[in-house]
Design a protein around this ligand. Structure first.
Ligand code: GMT
Length: 375
């Protein structure tokens, strides 16, 4: 198949899922055309059958807000025509599914179906805003196929958006062959001396991630047992998090490494993931950690309990309960056998339910169905 993929190219779960999906599909022989305003992070265009088409958004003094949605729609239609795309698959409803709707309407020679994958904040935050809700509902209803990355997100979309159309749950995935724990003692030594466990937080440092809670939890842990914290990612709350680490007197035990591509290396040297988010429709960071045998201490929100089995592959608590999260972390760090067993249980769960090898065929089957219905 020839598939056009659109996603946010920046540091964030939805872009990463879209990029990894494109990569997996290309490995399985499909031709994948990414259409976006910048090349998605983690996208390697040297890989056979992967192409990138940049959307240029012309500015004009009249445009206080350059109309990216329209530029994207034009480019989608153009690429579909030139590259003979079979379908479009957009990740994150706003504004991508509206652009895809326009591109479908513009393509007269044949029907160009489009699939929308909902990732979370497109529904729970942005889409629920009054100014975006009607058009988000419209473009979901108008899609030829819709998927959600968790049961939670599917139900939320149905109830809060009053959407009456089938939404298929296709969970996020990891490539279990590439993502696995490997010994990297030299890398580990950069972040923690021998004998000190390494906690990790990985996110886009937006308010919804409650990055300051991660620092608070760590400070309480460090007061009770020797430990270090690795902060991976960047975003609006990074400055505050660094300041809080200084205020709490743990700055010398915390390393901020910013945005990173080689997540598999950093997770390989980590022992425990902190995910204290306000909301996660899935929690990709926890899945990436599971693949590397790293259990999660985090919040019981959204789709996280579908991924992290409380007491088996991690420990979940109410949002903001930093005391309980710190206590659970200390208990695990003081019991290395239990920590290891939880890590291994996580790896097993990832292999059983969330490996690319079992998830990608679900997308392929959906593409086939949508194409057959469109003929
Ligand atoms: O988390 C965000 O800030 C936005 C969004 C994104 O584009 O990365 O994340 C959502 O999609 C991820 C990938 O499917 C999920 O793992 C995240 O849980 C989800 N975030 C929220 O629901 C807050």
């Amino acid at each position: 198949m020839r598939i056009g993929v659109t996603c946010y190219p920046t540091y964030g779960g939805s872009g990463i899922v879209a990029t990894e999906l494109g990569r997996e599909l290309a490995e399985r022989g499909h031709e994948i055309h990414f259409i976006s305003y910048a090349q998605p992070i983690r996208l390697n265009t040297d890989q056979p059958r992967i192409f990138y088409h940049e959307v240029e958004v012309a500015t004009y003094p009249l445009f206080d807000y350059p109309p990216y949605t329209l530029a994207l729609a034009s480019h989608m239609a153009e690429v579909a025509e030139n590259e003979k795309l079979d379908l479009l698959h957009v990740h994150y409803a706003i504004p991508h599914s509206v652009s895809a709707f326009l591109a479908r309407a513009m393509t007269k020679a044949r029907r160009l179906p489009f699939i929308t994958t909902l990732h979370g904040t497109d529904i729970t935050l942005v889409g629920a805003d009054r100014s975006y809700l009607p058009i988000t509902r419209f473009s979901i209803e108008a899609s030829d196929g819709v998927t959600a990355i968790s049961e939670y997100l599917c139900r939320t979309t149905e109830t809060e958006f009053d959407v009456h159309r089938p939404i298929e749950i296709i969970p996020n995935f990891v490539n279990c062959d590439r993502y696995h724990r490997r010994p990297l003692p030299q890398l580990r030594a950069r972040f923690a001396p021998p004998g000190e466990p390494l906690l990790v937080h990985l996110s886009n440092f937006r308010p919804v991630k409650r990055v300051l809670d991660a620092v608070e939890i760590f400070a309480r842990v460090a007061a009770q047992t020797p430990a270090r914290l690795l902060m991976v990612g960047d975003g609006p709350d990074r400055g505050q998090a660094e300041r809080r680490a200084r205020e709490l007197g743990v700055a010398d035990r915390v390393t901020f490494v910013g945005k990173q591509d080689a997540i598999h290396r950093l997770l390989s040297v980590s022992d425990l993931m902190l995910l204290p988010s306000e909301m996660e429709s899935f929690g990709l960071a926890a899945l990436e950690a599971m693949a590397h045998e790293v259990p999660t201490v985090g919040t019981r929100v959204g789709g996280v309990p579908e991924l992290v089995e409380d007491g088996v592959t991690g420990c979940l608590f109410p949002v903001g309960d930093v005391g309980a999260m710190a206590a659970a972390a200390v208990e695990l760090l003081r019991d290395p056998d239990r920590l290891r067993a939880m890590g291994q249980a996580g790896r097993q769960r990832a292999e059983e339910y969330f490996c690319a090898s079992s998830i990608i065929p679900l997308y392929e089957a959906l593409y086939e169905r949508v194409l057959n219905q469109s003929q």
